[in-house]
Ligand binder design. Structure first.
Ligand code: CTP
Ligand code: MG
Length: 229
């Protein structure tokens, strides 16, 4: 089953405090974005990859992809000021694909097994997101006061990829744009249209590199994955 993937990588990485876009951080001598793109470049189901980069990093990104001998048919397109703007730009460059995935450049540990489960779900149901059950007890809090303990069995932590039949996500993005809605992930834009979103259980290793301590965890995950290969 074929799919296209949009990889937003046009952030600033402020919370990582590296002084540059975290996509270019090295993990075991390989840039984060190359780890991520490689997974899709080696997946036979993936027929199109669009990487969304900062306008002033487009040439560096293209060069990196070339240096690491990632197949040439990867498009690098300019992003926008927020993730949602960047994804919209990426979606504009996808046309014929039936199924489109959106996957953060900063999540290098995504596994083909989970990509394929998601693609199959999106093919049948229209919208699917990867997530994991939360481990901690969750409380709703206001002004440092606990309002209630949330029934944990109903709470999942969602990741990317998020997968869609193309019109489902494109129409949701257009609607959000027209109505000035800002969401923190892609499915939230779909949810507000009333379209049902399915969840596929992934694994805890599919972390997003967000703050400096994530690098230590990432190195450990990478070491384990390398030993298993
Ligand atoms: N992203 C993007 N365009 C933006 C903002 C974010 O393409 N304008 C991408 C990031 O590059 C990242 C993904 O969306 O791969 C998830 O965003 P996040 O983890 O928030 O990354 P940053 O925005 O770079 O980090 P921060 O919020 O700490 O500045
Ligand atoms: Mg951000």
């Amino acid at each position: 089953m074929k799919y296209a993937v949009v990889i937003p990588a046009a952030g600033q990485g402020k919370r990582m405090q590296a002084g540059f876009n975290k996509q270019f951080l090295m993990l075991e001598k390989k840039p984060v974005i190359i780890h991520t793109v490689s997974v899709f470049a080696h997946d036979p189901w993936c027929e199109r990859i669009v990487v969304v980069a900062n306008e002033n990093e487009i040439e560096d990104m293209k060069q990196l992809i070339q240096d690491w001998k990632i197949p040439n048919d990867i498009d690098v397109v300019p992003g926008g000021s927020e993730r949602q703007d960047s994804v919209m730009e990426g979606l504009r460059h996808i046309s014929a694909a039936e199924i489109v995935l959106i996957h953060d450049g900063a999540r290098p540990f995504i596994r083909p097994l989970h990509i394929h489960k998601l693609v199959e779900k999106a093919q049948h149901q229209g919208a699917a997101v990867l997530g994991v059950k939360i481990k901690d007890t969750m409380k709703r809090v206001k002004d440092h006061l606990v309002l209630e303990t949330i029934d944990r069995s109903y709470v999942w932590s969602v990741q990317t990829p998020q997968a869609f039949q193309f019109p489902v996500i494109y129409d949701a993005y257009k609607k959000a744009q027209e109505e000035g809605f800002r969401g923190t992930d892609d499915t939230s834009l779909v949810e507000r249209t009333g379209f049902p979103v399915h969840i596929i259980e992934g694994d805890y290793n599919n972390i997003k590199l967000t703050t400096p301590e994530d690098i230590t965890i990432a190195q450990a995950i990478l070491k384990k994955q390398t030993e298993e290969d």
